[in-house]
Design a protein around this ligand. Structure first.
Ligand SMILES: N[C@@H](CCC(=O)N[C@@H](CS)C(=O)NCC(=O)O)C(=O)O
Length: 232
């Protein structure tokens, strides 16, 4: 099994945490985002979205981190507590995964990563969207009253949400107005040091880029705001 991953990419880190939690052996293939290794036509054969990560399980190619995490659990650890079979537990985990993908990670990534890698600006609006996402996560934790995002056991939903939240730590974002989010995040670090080690390696890289941004003029990424459309 091979995982094409970017070392500081939250979706890649969430998948790597899943592989580690399930003790699955695999080959980690580092994709160099700044060198645009994921924008090539060869890469697009594995994932036409040209996004990282991609799993290659003996010729079965799968992209989208949620789908990959669910596949790994279903195929290799169907009785695991990180993605249990119980319909209601699983529904809540799936809800939190969708929440992360559709509501939480996007504003966080736009506020933390896009200014570093694409030269977009941090604005009052991007900040408000992050605050809104954190408020909702705080509410979910409050209403469920559990240690982790979908129950008292850690699940793949926590891997996704931790990976998103670490982007905020990397830019020194103050989580103290969200005490339950902060408690959940610290509990994960403390209870799962081996999984946190994976997340932390990405967090440290983002932190270093935040302090010393990559040369975007060299990168020429198609999403860069000043890059002209190739057909223009
Ligand atoms: N929904 C995808 C998102 C993956 C994603 O956004 N990956 C980033 C790297 S962290 C990427 O490949 N972006 C493509 C680009 O910006 O060129 C997933 O969860 O796997």
């Amino acid at each position: 099994m091979k995982l094409y991953a970017v070392s500081d990419g939250p979706p890649s880190l969430a998948v790597r945490m899943t592989l580690k939690a399930l003790d699955i052996q695999y080959e980690l293939i580092n994709v160099d985002f700044c060198a645009l290794e994921h924008r090539t036509e060869d890469y697009a054969k594995m994932n036409p979205q040209k996004e990282i990560p991609v799993l290659d399980d003996n010729g079965f190619y799968l992209s989208e981190s949620i789908a990959i995490m669910q596949y790994l659990c279903d195929k290799y650890a169907p009785n695991s507590t990180i993605y249990p079979q119980d319909v209601n537990l699983r529904a809540l985990i799936n809800q939190r995964l969708c929440f992360n993908m559709g509501f939480y990670y996007n504003p966080i990534s736009s506020h933390s990563m896009a200014p570093i890698f694409f030269d977009y600006k941090r604005t009052p609006m991007s900040l408000k969207r992050v605050e809104n996402a954190l408020e909702v996560f705080e509410t979910y934790l409050d209403r469920l009253g559990t240690k982790y995002a979908a129950g008292d056991n850690v699940t793949i939903a926590d891997f996704a949400l931790v990976s998103a939240t670490l982007c905020l730590e990397a830019i020194n974002f103050d989580l103290s107005p969200y005490p339950l989010v902060q408690r959940w995040y610290f509990a994960f670090k403390e209870e799962y040091p081996q999984l946190w080690e994976i997340a932390n390696s990405g967090m440290q890289e983002i932190k270093a880029f935040e302090q010393n941004p990559p040369d975007l003029s060299e990168m020429n990424h198609p999403f860069h705001p000043t890059r002209k459309h190739p057909k223009a």
